[in-house]
Every structure is written in structure tokens, then in C-alpha cells.
Design a protein around this ligand. Structure first.
Ligand SMILES: *Cc1c(COP(=O)(O)O)cnc(C)c1O
Length: 381
């Protein structure tokens, strides 16, 4: 099977294997110093004071929202066009999700709809940088800040993308990344919470390992021999088993070294796609791609919903994997109770096709894919 038959594919090489081997040879593969090293390096890369590594992007979002310490049943805004995790974590925190529609052209948050959905019970927003884009972000942030609404950036689709010279993830109160296999860089499974606020960091750091705190000032611990009390801990907050381990962190460190290279290559591939498809009047690009200091997860197109599924089947026959990101949250049975008006996203998802985008794709792979797409429209005119 050729590489382009996969929609996403991690790029793993010998340096990744070496990094894992190093940890493996030390025989300490659980939570340990490697996790701390990865956090420091990610901190430097992203430009945030604090980083907390966890075992998934979902865990990162769950803890980040929990750190805001909102009263139960308060409302949290979130994109309607997103992966289920962005919305599920709101229910996990005993809060109410309010789904915000997407803009018809950018597929990012629709400002008009956002304004309609803000009320006195809204206390936070999870902004998903859908596909890795960040159109309208300035306006969105301005609006939310004016209403004192807390901001979590869901950066699962962008690792290193910039917005006005700041890395995405460092603009809100907290940023959450995913290092799941299909995402921009991987640790197998994994995630990272970034923030500049110490109290938020201390909260998520405690909760990622069952609320266990060994840096307390218990008297007998302080007065007696520290070493003899190594086993003692205090738990004052409900925590979760969400920590990253040394094996994942070692992979994260070696992947991080290659991240700029990954992002650059994806920019080149996106530009190939755009060039090859520009003359096809039946297609619009999924996003307004701006390939400068970007980190997009998705390359996709929008087509007439009447032929969308036909095209998916046609491409599959030619061994080209596609996807649909995403089926809107307001259509999911889980969120039936929280349904609100989101007309754009409930229509647009029917136009969407995501195409292969990963480091191993070549120019000739892209030519093959776009030839097939252009041929499909020649015969379906
Ligand atoms: C992938 C993804 C997540 C969850 O990440 P995991 O690491 O798989 O838990 C969260 N939000 C969005 C938008 C995603 O695409």
C-alpha cells in the first residue's frame, strides 16, 4: 500500500527509536524526569511559563476546565464543528455545553452566533482552532475578555501555529494540545496543558496524578528525616490518573525536535494541493489556508453535498483515504438536551471531505490524488 492511502500518518525515524531506547535502558518508564524534560522543552518552544504533560488531549482539556473552578451547571461555550472530546469534557466537569455555530466561509467561530449565545451563566469558552486555523481570533478574544469569560484553547489541530506572532495555545488562560497518533506530532497517546498562570499550573499538576501532593508542609514530615517519609502524601483535591509517562515523553522530546520540519513540509503540500485544484470550479478549499508559520492538521475541500459521498467512494476505490471532520455536536444523541441553533455547521458538514496530509506525502502523491479528483468532476459535470 502506498503512503497516500493513509489520511494521517505519524513520522517516526531512528532518532525516535533511540530516544525511547534510552529510557527503556534506564528501566524507568513511568512518570519520571523525562516527563519534566519534555515539559521544559515544550515550554520553551511554545513560549509559556508552565507546561503539564498528561496522557491524552482529552485529559488535558478535562483538567484545564476543572482548574477554572466553575460552579456546577454554569455554561461553557464550544465550537459545534469539533471532535467529541472538546464537548465531552464540559459534561465531565458537571457544566453545560453551549454550542457555537461556525462561520460559513472560515469554519471558525461565527461571531454573530457567539454574541447571541453569551448570557450571564456563560463563564468559559473552549475555542477549537478548527483544522489548525485561527481566523477571527482577535475579535473572539476581545469579545470574551470584555465579558470576563475564561478562555481555553483547544490546540489539538495545531502544534506550533502562530497568530500575530504568538503561538496558538498561549493566547487564552490555558492551552491544550494532543499528541495522539494522528495529530501533528505524537507520543502514541498524550497531551499537554500550557499556561502562564502559576495557580492554574499547580492545580492541573496536582490533579493529573490523583491529587497526590508530596510537597506539603506536614509537621512530622518536616521535622523528621525526609527520606524516611518519602512515602507520605496529602490529597486535598479529587484527581485523576492522567500523568504522562517517561516512554511517551521521550518520544515527545524527539518529535518536538522535528516539529518545525513537519509544519514546513505540510505548508508545501497544502500549496501543491491548492495549485492543482485551483482551476476546479466545483471545489472550495476547506479553510482559508495561510501557509506562513502555520500548523494545519487538516487539508480538505468543500463540494456539493449531493456528490460528496460519491466522491468519497470514488477515491476509496483508488486507494485514497478521506475523512469527514466533523459530524456536528448538536446532531449527537449525547447532546440532545443541549441542542441550540447551529444552521451553518449542520449544513456544511455535508460538504466536507478531508484529504491525506502527512509528512511522508510527495508531490507525485498529491498529483495522483488531485488528478483523480479533477477526473471525477470531469465525468460528473
Ligand atoms: C484529537 C482531539 C482531541 C483529543 O485528543 P486525544 O489526545 O485524542 O484525547 C481534542 N480536541 C480535538 C479538537 C481533537 O481533534
Amino acid at each position: 500500500m502506498k503512503n497516500f492511502s493513509r489520511l494521517f500518518k505519524p513520522y517516526l525515524d531512528n532518532s525516535d527509536l533511540k530516544a525511547i531506547k534510552k529510557v527503556f535502558d534506564k528501566n524507568w518508564i513511568g512518570l519520571g524526569e523525562e516527563v519534566g524534560f519534555f515539559e521544559n522543552e515544550f515550554s520553551n518552544f511554545i513560549g509559556s511559563k508552565y507546561c503539564c504533560a498528561v496522557n491524552s488531549g482529552t485529559a488535558a482539556l478535562h483538567l484545564a476546565l476543572s482548574a477554572l473552578n466553575l460552579k456546577p451547571k454554569k455554561k461553557v461555550l464550544v465550537n459545534n464543528l469539533t471532535f467529541i472530546a472538546s464537548a465531552s469534557v464540559i459534561l465531565m466537569n458537571d457544566l453545560i455545553p453551549v454550542f457555537v455555530d461556525c462561520d460559513q466561509s472560515t469554519l471558525q467561530i461565527d461571531i454573530k452566533d457567539l454574541k447571541k449565545k453569551i448570557d450571564k451563566d456563560v463563564e468559559a469558552m473552549i475555542i477549537v482552532h478548527y483544522g489548525g486555523a485561527s481566523d477571527n481570533l482577535k475579535e473572539i478574544i476581545k469579545l470574551l475578555k470584555a465579558k470576563s469569560i475564561k478562555i481555553i484553547e483547544d490546540c489539538a489541530h495545531t502544534q506550533g501555529g502562530e497568530y500575530q506572532n504568538k503561538k496558538l495555545g498561549t493566547i487564552g488562560d490555558l492551552g491544550c494540545f494532543s499528541f495522539e497518533e494522528k495529530k501533528g506530532m505524537t507520543t502514541g497517546d498524550g497531551g499537554m496543558i500550557v499556561t502562564n498562570k502559576k495557580f492554574l499550573y499547580l492545580d492541573v499538576n496536582e490533579k493529573r496524578w490523583l491529587g497526590i501532593n508530596k510537597k506539603h508542609n506536614n509537621k512530622s514530615y518536616i521535622q523528621k528525616d525526609h527520606n524516611a517519609f518519602h512515602w507520605f502524601y496529602i490529597v486535598s483535591k479529587l484527581g485523576y490518573k492522567y500523568n504522562m509517562n517517561n516512554l511517551s515523553a521521550s518520544l515527545g522530546r524527539s518529535q518536538l525536535k522535528k516539529l518545525n520540519k513537519f509544519n514546513k513540509k505540510k505548508e508545501i503540500l497544502i500549496n501543491f494541493y491548492l495549485k492543482n485544484l485551483i482551476k476546479n470550479n466545483y471545489i472550495n478549499p476547506l479553510l482559508n489556508y495561510e501557509t506562513n508559520k502555520s500548523s494545519y492538521w487538516l487539508f480538505g475541500i468543500r463540494v456539493n453535498p449531493q456528490i460528496r459521498d460519491k466522491l468519497i467512494i470514488f477515491l476509496k476505490k483508488h486507494n485514497i483515504a478521506t475523512g469527514v471532520h466533523f459530524y456536528p455536536m448538536t446532531l449527537q444523541p449525547l447532546f440532545k438536551k443541549y441542542k441550540s441553533r447551529c444552521i451553518n455547521s449542520e449544513n456544511i458538514w455535508k460538504e466536507i471531505i478531508t484529504l491525506p496530509l502527512h509528512y511522508d506525502l510527495s508531490r507525485s502523491d498529491i498529483n495522483f490524488i488531485t488528478d483523480k479528483i479533477n477526473y471525477f468532476f470531469d465525468i460528473h459535470k
